[in-house]
Write a protein that binds this ligand. Structure first.
Ligand SMILES: Cc1ncc(COP(=O)(O)O)c(C=O)c1O
Length: 372
């Protein structure tokens, strides 16, 4: 008989989906009744609810976080010949959006304390071609928004936030997504607020940007069948919006549970040799999309934890500037030392609101056994 305890998954969506099944089915049935499958009432209702949650003037729902970034950059006037400064320690889509807009991503190094774009490095990367700065609120913690806001206004640059991993995160008490021209959210299923499929949204306080993004997501139609520029089919689906409206009222509770898990990890794993724990910056409401530790023998630790049934993730093993798709930029190993070191050392422990206290305890025990 196998008496070893069940593995602890790095992420498990089934638990949340099962808990919400009756409400989700009811919401989805409402969309079936309305037949508003693409755009329509459910999307508009979610846009209003999420705008209120964020405290911004408008939210425009789209079909992915990648599309949100693309349209936000177009609304910022980014185009061919422009440069956009961003971080290399991110999911590749941050850079894709810059490329889709016809611009060149310029990667600046991260601050190793919070893994986000280092404002001093961003400042040093500004050239006459720079049009925008695109920080990422990585792992659920806001980048240094007041310094980046000052920098952008001093230099006449647009500030666009990649908030794909940071639904509900705050900076000095205000939700991320409202600090620049636009905030870009992903509702990929594994996000803190995840849809049953691909979806995203742009948040903005700028009515002109909102109007342009609304048009661009729907083939740039000014009126039916009148298109005055190249547009996109980036509309949000009704089922996705209806499910998101069921989940949004729970987001703060889920984020609080993530905070409790993060506290348990930080207390349980304190004082271990060579293990660097994440320390949230003062004034930033971290929503722990990932709980990321660093260790110089990361790959060894991943393997030993896997043998003990503990799932882990690596976000991300290769920084974007060293991806083959961006080889033409000519950035070699050593060009962004902090992002590269993070890519070698980071390790994400299991983190989702439905993780039980017993599972958290098992993770802590396993890591302690290996490193104490
Ligand atoms: C930081 C970041 N930016 C952009 C994206 C792209 O979002 P999506 O997968 O919804 O296109 C993601 C997530 O997937 C992300 O984590």
């Amino acid at each position: 008989m196998n008496t070893s305890p069940a593995p602890v998954p790095v992420f498990d969506l089934r638990r949340q989906t099962e808990a919400l099944r009756p409400e989700l089915l009811e919401a989805l049935a409402g969309v079936l009744d309305s037949c508003a499958f693409s755009s329509g009432r459910a999307v508009e209702a979610f846009e209003r609810a999420f705008a209120e949650y964020l405290g911004v003037a408008e939210v425009v729902g789209v079909n992915s976080g990648t599309s949100a970034l693309h349209l936000a950059l177009l609304a910022a006037g980014v185009g061919p010949g422009d440069e956009v400064i961003t971080t290399s320690l991110t999911f590749i889509a941050t850079a894709w959006a810059i490329s889709y807009a016809g611009a060149t991503p310029v990667f600046a190094d991260i601050d190793p304390e919070d893994f986000c774009l280092d404002p001093a490095a961003a400042r040093a990367a500004i050239t006459p071609r720079t049009r925008a700065i695109l920080p990422v609120h990585l792992y659920g913690q806001a980048a240094d928004m007041s310094v980046l806001q000052e920098l952008c206004s001093a230099k006449g640059l647009a500030l666009v936030e990649d908030a794909a991993q940071a639904q509900g995160a705050t900076y000095q008490g205000r939700a991320v997504g409202g600090f620049g021209l636009a905030g870009c959210f992903s509702f990929y299923p594994s996000k803190n607020l995840g849809a049953p499929g691909d979806a995203g949204a742009v948040s903005t306080n700028d009515p002109q940007a909102a109007a342009l993004i609304r048009r661009l997501r729907d083939h740039a139609q000014r009126e039916k069948y009148l298109h005055d520029r190249v547009g996109f089919n980036y509309r949000m689906g009704g089922f996705l919006a209806a499910a998101l409206s069921v989940k949004l009222p729970r987001l703060d509770d889920w984020n609080e549970r993530r905070e409790a898990i993060a506290r348990a990890y930080r207390e349980g794993l304190a004082g271990l040799d060579e293990l660097v724990l994440p320390t949230p910056r003062p004034g930033r409401g971290h929503v722990w999309h990932q709980f990321v530790v660093r260790h110089p023998r990361r790959d060894w630790l991943v393997e030993r934890l896997a043998e003990r049934g503990i799932g882990t993730g690596i976000h991300y093993p290769r920084p974007v500037h060293l991806q083959p798709a961006y080889a033409h930029l000519g950035l070699r190993e050593g060009s962004l030392p902090e992002a590269e070191r993070a890519a070698r050392e980071v390790l994400s422990l299991p983190m989702f609101p439905e993780l039980t206290d017993a599972e958290v305890e098992r993770v802590v025990r396993a890591v302690r056994e290996l490193l104490a």
